[in-house]
Design a protein around this ligand. Structure first.
Ligand code: S3P
Length: 418
């Protein structure tokens, strides 16, 4: 069995959330094309629709008429999507929308004070419920000149604060300790280049009345996090040759690919272009017979935070012990992913240990017991299990939670397995 083919992926989920939200604050029509039909993105579309934004979906291309906000008459349900809840809190505060944001069981147990506290510092009267959702947006008197420092590695926190600061007459400075994904900064700069000033890890937001936001059109690049499952499968099955076209290659998202190349994977980047300030290109992945173990330092984690489960699976096939460090943030994802990775790989016979926030994985040639495992209802753990089943030549399961990020996963994988 091997992987062979030439595929395109739907738009990167992180950029899609941000593009739709940004379109909602532009005047007139914007077009956001190649939108994934993932449940998280539907949560963002639904949230904005409830707040009065008109969004039409024409075969995955969205037409969005911006700046028609109203106070919603019902709670805004963000489903499973942390990005929707956190970024919408920032965006709706800047538009002074009184509302309550709620989520499903998993989202309701995730930490929200990481955005609520800095937003209160900015002057917004925003309340969490014992540190979690529901979040209530009540009143909106933002401080004019304020500096905020973000000490946890979270692009969601940074983007929420940028959205909340997009108010005329403001001068807000946001700095981050860790370099996290910068899609919102790049997108804002591509449509209204005078609003942000960026130097190193510091962003100054200076929004003046003259800076009209006009509608824009974006063709979204393929999702690099979704691509990671295909890259892993093609790498682990010798004889494979897979081409992934038009995929996002932002340096702050490349940790997984860079780690695999260090382990001996054969991954070639070509056909690079820049669109809306984002690097996009083609990946060619050739299967290899042997991978060496890797040490991933904690400072590299933000560039692969969602790919740690699939990287852990790849490490399970390396010839020696890999160490991945600084994984505290994985405990606050859709599930406690650190615990999930430990339990799933242990059930498959892998020698894996957690010490503090680090994991050590000793590779072996074959994994067993890949079926009927608990996926914690977490899409990224579920897809890691599906790829383990593929490599172990077992029956591949496609649980529903995969639709949270990658509804085309099964169809695309079936297309390239030969
Ligand atoms: C995301 C950032 C990451 C990531 C999440 C999407 C984003 O979360 O895990 O899936 O779009 O900003 P954190 O920024 O909280 O680490």
């Amino acid at each position: 069995m091997r992987i062979s083919g030439n595929i395109y992926l739907k738009g990167d989920k992180s950029i899609t959330h941000r593009a739709i939200m940004l379109a909602s604050i532009c005047n007139g029509e914007s077009m956001v094309n190649n939108v994934p039909h993932s449940e998280d993105i539907l949560s963002t579309i639904n949230a904005l629709s409830i707040c009065g934004i008109k969004i039409k979906n024409k075969n995955g291309n969205l037409s969005i008429i911006g700046n028609t906000f109203k106070h919603p008459s019902i709670d805004i349900d963000c489903g499973n999507s942390g990005t929707s809840m956190r970024l919408m809190t920032g965006l709706l505060s800047s538009k002074k929308i009184r509302c309550r944001l709620i989520g499903d069981k998993s989202l309701s147990s995730r930490p929200m004070d990481r955005i609520v506290n800095p937003m209160r510092e900015l002057g917004f009267d925003v309340l969490s419920t014992q540190g979690c959702a529901p979040i209530q947006l009540q009143s909106f008197e933002i401080q004019k000149d304020k500096e905020i420092h973000i000490s946890i590695p979270s692009a969601q926190v940074k983007s929420a604060l940028i959205f909340s600061s997009l108010i005329e007459g403001n001068n807000i400075k946001i700095s981050e300790k860790y370099k996290t994904r910068d899609h919102l900064e790049r997108l804002i700069d591509s449509i209204n280049y005078r609003v942000l000033k960026i130097s190193n890890n510091e962003i100054t937001i200076n929004h003046t009345a003259e800076q009209a936001w006009k509608g824009f059109e974006i063709n979204l690049p393929g999702d690099i996090s979704s691509a990671s499952y295909f890259i892993a499968a093609a790498t682990l099955l010798p004889g494979s040759e897979l081409v992934i076209n038009n995929v996002l290659l932002n340096n702050r998202r490349l940790g997984f690919i860079k780690s695999l190349i260090k382990m001996g994977a054969n991954i070639l980047i070509s056909d690079e272009v820049y669109r809306h300030n984002e690097r996009i290109g083609k990946l060619t992945i050739i299967g290899v017979k042997k991978l060496v173990p890797i040490n991933v330092p904690s400072e590299n984690i933000p560039s692969m935070v969602d790919e740690v489960p699939i990287l852990s699976l790849v490490c399970s096939y390396a010839s020696g012990t890999s160490i991945i460090s600084g994984l505290d943030e994985l405990r606050y994802k859709e599930s406690d992913r650190l615990e999930g990775i430990l339990n799933i790989l242990t059930s498959m016979g892998v020698d894996i240990k957690i010490s503090g926030s680090d994991i050590a994985i000793s590779g072996k040639n074959k994994l067993y017991n890949t079926t009927n495992l608990n996926n914690y209802d977490d899409h990224r753990l579920a897809m890691m299990i599906s790829i383990a089943q593929l490599i172990a030549r077992g029956r591949i399961e496609y649980p529903d939670c995969i639709n949270i990020s990658f509804p085309d996963f099964k169809e695309l994988l079936n297309k390239v397995i030969i």
